[in-house]
Structure formats: structure tokens, C-alpha cells
Design a protein around this ligand. Structure first.
Ligand code: CO
Length: 147
């Protein structure tokens, strides 16, 4: 495993729409392992592929209850709403209030290409929304609540 460089705001790579991940091979596993290691080292709770310069639709999340890998994730259900402080490893030392769904259900694939469905509430739902936004070139600062 290896620590990867985290792309910072201002780099165009963060604004691209990522492509579907079609292969589930050792190369994907290596990138996912590196992303998890990079996220933990940076003390983040999520990291999306474009943040390490890979324009593919996958991300890792760990809000403290275990590592989740989401490949080609799609939010298929959302309900409620929550407003809270959000940050991003690509936007250092900045936190702002963002309103997100209170709960979401995500359909995705795991690193083997198997279909998975995960529901999350609260902070984990927020993390899922934030990371999936990255795959469409959307940053949380685009969604900051208007004061
Ligand atoms: Co982010």
C-alpha cells in the first residue's frame, strides 16, 4: 500500500465527471487500498477517486465504524434533512454548514464487482453524499447553505 497525493481545490481534476469503473481487478484493489491508507493518514472520513487523480466512479468511507468501499455508487433513496459542518481533504482548513438528506440508500458494487446496497443515516449519510458528489465534480462548497 502507498500514500497517494491528495489533489487540492483549484485542480481541474476535481471538477470532472468520473467514468464508470468496469474492471474489478488487482489494479482497482491497489487503488482502493491506497485510498484507504491515504484517508486514514489524513484523518479524513472519506476519499473519492478524483481526489487522488483517478477519474473513476469509486470512493472509500469510514466514519468510525469500519471501511466501506463504494464502486459505481448511486443514491437510490433519500429522506429527511440535516444541516451540519462539513469539510473536505481537498479543501484544507475550511468547514461550512451544508444541508444533506438525513438518510440515504446507496446501490453500488464492491471491489469484486458484486452488487451491494447500503443504507446510512446521519453523519454516514452525509459522508456518502459528499463522496458521491465528488464523482460528478461537485464539491461541498457548491452546496453551502445560503446565509
Ligand atoms: Co471531499
Amino acid at each position: 500500500m502507498a500514500i497517494r497525493n491528495i489533489v487540492k481545490i483549484g485542480d481541474d481534476v476535481l471538477r470532472k465527471v468520473c467514468r464508470t469503473q468496469l474492471t474489478f481487478d488487482d489494479k482497482l484493489a491497489t487503488i482502493l487500498d491506497d485510498m484507504a491508507e491515504t484517508m486514514y493518514k489524513a484523518e479524513g472520513v472519506g476519499l473519492a477517486a478524483p481526489q487522488v487523480g483517478v477519474l473513476r466512479r469509486f470512493c472509500v468511507v469510514d466514519v468510525g465504524d469500519g471501511l466501506i468501499e463504494l464502486i459505481n455508487p448511486v443514491i437510490v433513496e433519500k429522506s429527511g434533512s440535516q444541516t451540519g459542518s462539513e469539510g473536505c481533504l481537498s479543501i484544507p482548513e475550511r468547514f461550512e454548514d451544508v444541508t444533506r438528506p438525513m438518510s440515504v440508500t446507496v446501490r453500488a458494487q464492491n471491489r469484486k464487482g458484486e452488487n451491494i446496497v447500503i443504507s446510512a443515516e446521519g453523519f454516514k449519510a452525509r459522508a456518502f453524499c459528499h463522496e458521491i458528489d465528488h464523482l460528478d465534480g461537485v464539491l461541498y462548497i457548491d452546496r453551502v447553505d445560503k446565509k
